[in-house]
Design a protein around this ligand. Sequence first.
Ligand SMILES: *[C@@H]1O[C@H](CO)[C@@H](O)[C@H](O)[C@H]1NC(C)=O
Length: 445
Amino acid sequence: MLATLAYILPLVYGLQGADVVLSCSLIEEGGGMGGMMGGGMFKRTPATLVFRDLVDNAGLSPELVTPFNPPETPNADDLIFELLLPSIQIPDADSLLHADCNEQNIVCEISRFVPRDADADSLPAHFIGSVQLEGAGLSVTLVLQTSPSETPESDRPPLMQSKLNLPLSQSGTLLTAVVFVVFSRVPSVVAPIGGDVLLDCGFRQKDSIPGQDVALEWRIQHRGNGRKVLDMKVRENEGEVGSDVLVEREGTSAEADLLVREGNASLTLQRLKVSDEGTYICTVGSGEFQTQQVVQVHITQAPLVTLSEEKLTFQDKEPKKLSCECHRYYPLDVQVEWLSQRPSDEEPISFSEESSLSSHRQHSDGTYSLSSHLTLRPNEHPPETVVTCRVSHTALDTPTEVALTVGKPEPENVFWTVVLMVMISVVFLYQAFKMQTAGPVIKEA
Ligand SMILES: *[C@@H]1O[C@H](CO)[C@@H](O)[C@H](O)[C@H]1NC(C)=O
């Protein structure tokens, strides 16, 4: 009988969905030594986050579906957070599953959380789980609520987790329900100056009460400065959505309708400027829960590259100056390389060492300009040599190249010789003509 049960259970789990097991850290403030502002000491303890049935495994290949196996003997020192997702669907949750399999780096941190109007020691206890896929990907902040412990089948009191002093389940895990989620599926965006951008942020709540206020705040943090960008309070009443909105930046908006009806807290920023660059914090509050998600905005603008000369010819033995100008780019880092290819060269040769960079200039719109100067000598750059300025910048997929070909010098001496010869011929012909007309008439004998 027991044997059959043990056989059926994993099968049942398997049918429900795939589990995702993440290595995390429990972060605790403390150590008692950190006295400085925000520089408090943090203690990290290894922990495990288990998402039960995170994704529907229909259509998943069996090797992706590895059910979580709890430890054989429950251990009071283990920190295993077993997450049940009762009515919350995390969008794009399958990317977590795939990241788990592809060994993509996942940052996972858990910390204690006290909801509004709650006591620090009251039960159920709450935690914040923050999960980020390294690189672009999903970023989720979860509010976890400990589930009431199962009614023990024996009279044995439940095992208590040694650090948190919370009852463990029969299998030695901390059973928690995900009650609130704030997520971003695009936690980092790159956009050009003048462009529009949508900062993706959304939330899900386990038990949302109709008519409940939803508060949304977007802030920007950049180089130690923070400011509010948008503040919105929305309430849905009998199908009517009412909202109070405060916008601190022109061309900024969020949709009150989407916020209450779809949990879409995304922010639109129009006509981006360099000053819009920074870390945006999307804070959503609903009921007793409030948590946030971070979206990075990077502004880029590709340089316009030009050469100071359109044509270059060495008229005498004098060297010539050439500049490569990079106009109005952002961010600051730009690389300028000079290449030269003589007719006899198979490949262009870099000769950037001979160049010198101007200091960069910053324009009022925050963009930069910079020039690279070069002195070209005729013996090193014979006619037909192609001189190229190659500029690399983060806004460019491939470097921009501008080039010119060294021209043939005008054959000055030859020119004057020709002119002289023509003049002599003209004079000669004229003389001959005159002699013919004015000369003695040759009479017939
Ligand atoms: C929010 O709505 C916008 C526009 O419809 C959409 O592009 C975006 O994916 C949505 N984001 C979330 C988190 O629902």
